[in-house]
Design a protein around this ligand. Sequence first.
Ligand code: SF4
Ligand code: SF4
Length: 90
Amino acid sequence: MALKISKKCINCDMCEPECPNQAISYDGIITVIDPARCTECKGHYDTPTCIAVCPIDVIAVDPEHVETEEQLYDKFVALHGDLLISKSAP
Ligand code: SF4
Ligand code: SF4
């Protein structure tokens, strides 16, 4: 499932540059995660890197966006398919 940032976020900007999917953004008021782009870091890291860097632990799973491992990996392929093809090319 995608992750979600709670209202306790202090907008420190530690997480946004670490996201491999450009799923995190600051809209001028709050920092948010786009569930269409969040893969829980599947395909990039073993664990969600935004959670690892958040200094106050305000990122958690979003129960409104439940996805299987397969769906998350499919999202990774959809976002980074070009990267996979170029890496496998001779
Ligand atoms: S879990 Fe990974 S893909 Fe999802 S918002 Fe955090 S850093 Fe980005
Ligand atoms: S690292 Fe944590 S506190 Fe900082 S902007 Fe991201 S979610 Fe908010």
